[in-house]
Design a protein. Structure first.
Length: 316
């Protein structure tokens, strides 16, 4: 009897071990966790910040990889159907689908642009289906970080209601003008929230030369401000904002309430968006071998939209 019980117990144990082994995939068996995946996106149908994209893209990609991310770099230029153009099947129509976007923990729109009134560019950057997929991505808990031209995709006019169409859009305002395009026009940048992932490594105040954007309104009442510019420290140009000049901010988006197959409503986790007007010059990314405030700020923004940090981050 004792021998039979031991044999039975051994068989059960062996069966359980077999189930456990089958249930563990190759990645889990060696104890390795899959790295989060980021899309670095630099598509343009409007003005192309070639210097920032060509110089800054590889630096930001390396910095993200050093921070523990896997990175896919997607790019396209203009519309027209030719290979490499934004409407070509190998470009945006392939990238911005529900099935593809769900692979990513975060998207970084590095100087992406949609139109340029002075350049006769065709636009738009994304068609209706692609825009809808991007919205669903955020509604399902995805995160988007964006900088410089991506905060001014429509060159001073609304490019897309959800993105820059009003105070409750992702950007929350329009860029109505900028200071002279001069790397030596150095502004004092003040950290408003020193606890955010995108600011905690930055000094309380630091100098930054850029094509400083002047926005139509301060987003302080609708978005969480991270960095501001001190206009007394540089020449802001004819469209100065005054004492309150946010340059980087973030926002949480509540997931949609939907009815599932059982007829019960459930809520998706919050999506996250983070934007900065900084990053016109390639030299700003390359400064100090890529170890600088701009790159640290961008990487921290991606980390946050990818899901790191605390729920209270970016509260308004």
């Amino acid at each position: 009897m004792t021998k039979r019980l031991l044999t039975t117990a051994g068989a059960v144990t062996a069966a359980l071990l077999a189930v456990l082994v089958v249930g563990v995939g190759p990645a889990a068996a060696d104890g390795k966790k899959k790295d989060p995946l980021v899309m670095l996106y630099t598509g343009t149908t409007g003005y192309r910040h070639a210097d920032a994209i060509n110089t800054g893209g590889p630096i930001v990609k390396d910095a993200l990889e050093h921070a523990g991310f896997d990175v896919d770099w997607e790019d396209c230029i203009d519309n027209g159907g030719n290979s490499g153009n934004c409407d070509h099947p190998s470009q945006n129509p392939r990238v911005f689908t529900d099935r593809n976007l769900e692979r990513y923990d975060a998207l970084l729109f590095l100087n992406a642009s949609a139109s340029w009134a002075g350049g006769g560019k065709p636009g738009p950057l994304w068609d209706v289906e692609q825009r809808a997929a991007i919205i669903r991505y955020v509604q399902h808990g995805g995160g988007i970080a964006a900088n410089h031209n991506a905060t001014d995709m429509g060159a001073g006019v609304v490019s897309w209601d959800w993105w820059d169409g009003g105070e409750h859009s992702v950007v929350g305002t329009l860029m109505r003008g900028h200071a002279r395009t001069d790397l030596t026009n150095v502004a004092d940048v003040h950290v408003e929230d020193p606890d955010h992932l995108s600011t905690r490594l930055l000094p309380p105040v630091f100098g930054f030369g850029d094509e400083h954007y002047n926005f139509a309104r301060s987003v302080r009442d609708t978005h969480h401000v991270l960095l501001t510019l001190d206009e007394a420290s540089y020449d802001p140009g004819p469209n100065a904002m005054g004492e309150d000049h946010p340059i980087s901010w973030c926002k949480r988006y509540d997931g949609r309430r939907v009815v599932d197959g059982t007829g019960e409503a459930r809520r998706y986790k919050d999506g996250r968006t983070w934007v900065s007007g900084m990053g016109h010059f390639g030299a700003s990314y390359a400064e100090n071998g890529g170890d600088n405030e701009l790159v640290e700020h961008l990487v921290g923004g991606v980390r946050w939209v990818a899901g790191e940090g605390h729920r209270r981050d970016c509260a308004i």
